[in-house]
Design a protein around this ligand. Structure first.
Ligand code: ZN
Length: 276
């Protein structure tokens, strides 16, 4: 996880800082001291504690009952909002809310969708995003008849109140996004770009929350320079049995100035996006 955090921190700093280069007398000449400070501020204990909290809501399915206290997607997003708000007064924290009508086989009733967003304003309005998705989905061994046929990988969309703790997918990316919001906001660094840390909902139903947000950005003619999305991160054990704690997978798909790639970054020292 720390190597992945390193990639994101380096990329964000390389893109947004407009401060002078560190002096030649820097004690670590090959590493920007701002990066060292940011990495040193990341708390593995906090990451684990936040992930345990997310899992405790039992499900974060988009269509789960949002009303119970301490359970379901409603309680989860309220906790995330409060947690992000507590990190720093510099963060502008809000729900990014949409009404989603029934559609396809994945959303059977009208639902309220809330992305959870924390904005760290920069000197310019151009935006760089860091994101994960906090919603989850059940995979049932013995699904009820009402569940209908399973989707890819045995997932079920129509059992919204079944347990779906979603620690890997994508509690891991959610807490990473939240922790980076804290670290960047508390850093004391001044950024040129506006940093947006956002936790999507409705990803499992087909990227519903991020698509709605993107439509608003297009309508507002907002400038978005990059988005680092984190979906299932920090696990060094692959589903195929391969164990690798020294590499980071960076995937890029379009637009035409971003070459699609499926590489392994072998250790990024000090930082290098994977070459195609
Ligand atoms: Zn996911």
């Amino acid at each position: 996880m720390r190597r992945l955090l390193f990639v994101i921190v380096c990329a964000a700093l390389a893109s947004v800082c407009r401060t002078p280069e560190p002096p030649a007398s820097s004690p670590v000449p090959d590493l920007d001291p701002r990066i060292t400070t940011l990495l040193g501020s990341i708390s593995e204990e906090r990451l684990e504690a936040m992930l345990q909290k997310l899992v405790s809501f039992e499900t974060r399915h988009l269509a789960s009952d949002p009303s119970p206290a301490g359970q379901g997607i409603g309680a989860a997003r309220e906790w995330m909002l409060q947690e992000l708000t507590s990190f720093s007064p510099k963060l502008q924290v809000s729900f990014d809310t949409y009404r989603i009508p029934p559609q396809g086989g994945r959303i059977l009733r009208d639902v309220e969708l809330r992305n959870v967003m924390a904005v760290l304003p920069g000197r310019s309005p151009r935006r760089i995003y860091v994101s994960g998705h906090y919603d989850s989905l059940a995979r049932l061994v013995n699904p009820p008849a009402s569940a209908g046929p399973p989707g890819p990988a045995g997932m079920h969309w129509n059992v919204p109140d079944s347990p779906a703790p979603g620690a890997d997918d994508d509690g891991s990316g959610t807490v990473l996004t939240m922790e980076l919001a804290r670290v960047f906001a508390e850093s004391g660094l001044e950024f040129d770009a506006t940093l947006v840390f956002i936790c999507w909902a409705g990803e499992e139903q087909g990227l519903i929350g991020s698509a709605a947000h993107a439509q608003n950005l297009v309508a507002a003619k907002a400038t978005v320079e990059a988005l680092f999305n984190n979906d299932i991160v920090g696990n060094s054990h692959g589903g195929n049995g391969v164990v690798d704690a020294e590499s980071v997978r960076v995937y890029a798909v379009g637009p035409e100035d971003s070459t699609p790639q499926l590489p392994l970054c072998r250790p990024c020292q000090p930082f290098a996006m994977c070459a195609p």
